[in-house]
Design a protein around this ligand. Sequence first.
Ligand code: ATP
Ligand code: MG
Length: 373
Amino acid sequence: MNLARVAQRLGITESRLQCLQETIIRESAWPEPRLLRFEKESSGVEAGTVIFENGEIAFGYPKIRRPLMLAAAIERHFSNRVAVEEKMNGHNVRILSINGEIVALTRGGFICPYSTEVARSKIPEEVFEKHPQRILCGEMVGPENPYVASSIYPTESIDFYLFDLAEKNSRTTSGVHRTHELAEEYGLLSAALLGEFSKETAAERIKEIVIKLGRQGREGVVMKDPENEVPPLKYTSSKTNCSDLSVAFRYYNDYALDFFVSRAVREGFQSVEWKESEEERRKRALSLGESILLPLVDTIKRAQMGENIVQKVQIRVKNLQTARDFEYHLRRSGIRTIFEPPEPDDGGYLIRITKLVMSTNDKTQALLNGEMW
Ligand code: ATP
Ligand code: MG
């Protein structure tokens, strides 16, 4: 690897790169090709940035900031118009071709064997033939998404929705219009473009959109500058906040504190900004309360009956090796699982996976036995 060239592409000095290699840059030798990944953000290089053996770089997907007061933030942040896209609820992948093979990178910069198999089946090779530099950024969603399973999308398994385009060795992305053009050109699914509004009317329209999406169980929106000059912002429905909370409270000791607090606070700001009536506010309070208490009670009762608290997911693979590789990938990501024997299904295999949530399990048992919080 030519360190000088890599450092230049990253926009840092060679000695800084060497220093980072001893701290936050980690090597990942499996699966092929070998790569280096930024475990954390540093020197302006996003977390999840990957340097391949051949010196090519895939920059990490940037964090998207979230306003709590929609109208005020839009006024402050955008310069003219606001394009609104649906926010898909799954996991972020960057799909690219390296040495002529398609691979899917996770947010953290690992090659995920399952996402890679899915990407190879969904993305035509032509996408990269004339443009080997291209990187497709998008979300994998569906009931057979083992990271975030969701049944609200029109698939029985898992699909890839494009929402951005990038290039190797470059931080810039192509923006909303080019992304949707490319999706059209190759028949790829893309995050729905829900409208483009003037800055003055956007907040009101987005409110309507978010309420409607919420009713459909969909997550929310990402607001983008049609000219791609300022970074996107995200905003989610109350339904999403509550359903996130209900999952988190079910496995309450396996989530970071901020996950709970930030979602509760969002509800407060949304309720104020939308000037809810007394009745609407009580309804919101009830949903919020239910999403906290009911899953908690369920978890405690299950533990009381001696049941192990687990999370069940499933994937479908064409190749059994993908399932074995994915099992290893989850293990190296620190997730403990039990993979059931593969069930042959429609030319492939259905794999049921039990994720063990050890921390919530142990904590609940201990508390039930009279241990102190
Ligand atoms: P962050 O991006 O702030 O680190 P996070 O990793 O917790 O947050 P989310 O809160 O889900 O993720 O929000 C950002 C993510 O939303 C993006 O990384 C991307 O995977 C996903 N996403 C879904 N739909 C879109 C879309 N239409 N445009 C951009 N991102 C989208
Ligand atoms: Mg998400």
